[in-house]
Design a protein around this ligand. Structure first.
Ligand code: FAD
Length: 465
């Protein structure tokens, strides 16, 4: 039987909340320290987000919640999602008309799910609140930690004072600018890299139709609810993800230079022209005054890619989620990967939990955390890289013939010759639980085979010619 431990979780975002749930289910005393006030308090503004944003939830995130030991969590989550079975590309025809092209994500009809990030986070906090071994400390900011003495110091906003907390294990789920990671760097030789990509993002909304559509008065969606909509623009793109109320959360991704040019035009007419030129049809869903107001009022935020190794220090601290591997959002995997971290971390801790002569909880935890870093860092690096590459795919490659051809070949093989085990990279990432690094290796192997096969076919064809 595993001894009860005092586990503190820093950060009550989706990943920290799930980590707290896993720890609490194992009977530990769990304390959650969060910089901001309670997300469920309507006056709290979510960090970095203007309003509650929608995310793509997929198998890895769902699987992590499935194993949290709380069936009501997964029931609630699945009930609050909208399936998106593919991308809907919005294009302009040669004659100037509008065209839509649906590209399914998966040959077997599987979908990713649109979910309200705030709603998911609140649900996790509600479940934690009912657990007797969980305590919340909102408005507590981690300022310092001594990871050799297992002590942490938090600034308490209301009292403007500092409190000292002792712990067995500190789980850092405090996001991209993690204080836990910074403290860990003082104690361990951590390799660390961060990259701001040459892109900013800004959020917009497509409002629901008030009276539904002509065909269906109950349908409040202005565009298909079962797609992730993309207006590809080569160097920039606009996307839309459905919400349960019939609205869409939309995001413009573009280089800072483009933002600067659009910001310089105070009246915003250039913005409307820019949208009409590159994102056909958007201004018929978002009236120009709303488009301009969103661009002027909502923040223009950077995108960061962070890699670090190790993810832990000794037996006392570990980072998960964005704190360990913030990534650009183009594979829709940031939160999914973070939730998966939690499942893998606790599986590894469980593996070393059994009491054995000559070991202590701390010595077993140290072995588990060591293994966790060894197993998880190659996968964190792999998904960070895939996310960067997918930006090119979403805004440009989706239009190319070679991309469509490879997708068609791989999907045909996956459906008609299933025993070969072929799948597209996207399917492996979004609908499976194989380690990300294995997905990359398998996908590279498939690419080599396709290239060889194409060369043979071309050579054979020329010979026959
Ligand atoms: P966060 O959500 O950042 O939470 C960290 C928490 O720690 C915060 O509550 C913060 O207040 C707290 N904190 C910070 N510092 C301290 C401190 N010193 N002391 C105490 N508390 C502290 N992911 C997907 O899976 N699918 C998607 O489709 C997707 N789309 C995205 C679109 C955009 C535009 C962006 C920007 C991101 C997207 N992501 C997506 C990524 C996803 O939002 C993040 O990966 C996820 O929110 C990370 O969760 P987290 O709990 O690790 O960190």
């Amino acid at each position: 039987m595993e001894e009860k431990q005092r586990i503190i979780v820093v950060g009550a975002g989706p990943v920290g909340s799930l980590a707290a749930l896993y720890a609490a289910n194992r009977g530990h005393d769990v304390e959650i320290y969060e910089l901001r006030s309670d997300l469920r308090d309507p006056s709290t503004t979510p960090l970095n987000f203007t309003r509650s944003i929608n995310l793509a939830l997929s198998e890895r995130g769902i699987n992590a919640m499935r194993h949290a030991g709380q069936p009501k969590l997964i029931d609630h989550v699945m009930g609050a999602t909208i399936p998106m079975r593919g991308r809907m590309l919005h294009l302009r025809k040669r004659n100037g008309g509008l065209a839509e092209e649906s590209q399914d994500y998966d040959a077997h009809g599987r979908s990713i799910l649109a979910i309200d990030r705030g709603g998911l986070n609140k649900r996790l906090l509600d479940i934690l609140e009912e657990m007797p071994n969980v305590k919340f400390f909102f408005n507590h900011k981690l300022t310092r930690a001594d990871l050799e003495k297992n002590k942490a110091w938090f600034h308490v906003r209301e009292a403007d004072s500092s409190v000292q907390v002792d712990f067995d294990l500190m789980i850092g789920a405090d996001g991209a600018h993690s204080a836990v990671r910074q403290q860990m760097m003082k104690f361990t030789r951590m390799d660390y890299s961060q990259q701001y990509i040459d892109t900013l993002w800004c959020e917009f909304q497509i409002q629901p139709r008030e009276n539904g559509s002509e065909a269906d008065p109950n349908n409040k969606f202005r565009i298909s609810p079962n797609h992730l909509h993309i207006w590809p623009g080569r160097n920039f793109m606009f996307i839309a993800i459905p919400s349960e109320d019939g609205s869409f959360t939309c995001t413009l991704f573009a280089p800072p230079a483009v933002f600067a040019e659009l910001e310089a035009d105070l009246k915003g007419s250039q913005l409307v022209e820019f949208f009409d030129k590159f994102f056909p049809g958007v201004t018929s869903h978002i009236p120009p005054p709303e488009l301009i107001a969103s661009f002027q009022q909502n923040p223009h935020l950077p995108l960061i890619n962070i890699k670090c190794k190790p993810h832990h220090f000794s037996s006392s601290a570990v980072v998960v989620g964005d704190a360990a591997h913030a990534m650009v959002p183009f594979y829709g995997q940031g939160m999914n990967a973070g939730l998966e971290d939690v499942r893998i971390l606790f599986n590894t801790l469980d593996k070393y939990a059994t009491t054995e002569a000559g070991t202590t909880p701390a010595s077993r935890r140290a072995l588990a955390l060591n293994e966790y870093t060894a197993v998880r860092t190659p996968d964190a690096f792999a998904i960070n890289d895939l996310a960067l590459q997918n930006y090119v795919e979403m805004r440009a490659s989706v239009l190319s013939t070679s991309y469509r051809l490879r997708k068609a070949i791989e999907e045909a093989l996956s459906v008609y010759v299933p025993w070969l085990g072929w799948q597209t990279k996207y399917s492996r990432v979004s609908f499976g639980n194989e380690p990300y690094s294995l997905v990359v290796a398998k996908s590279e192997h498939q690419a080599v085979l396709i290239t060889r096969f194409s060369a043979l076919a071309t050579f054979g064809g020329a010979g026959l010619g």
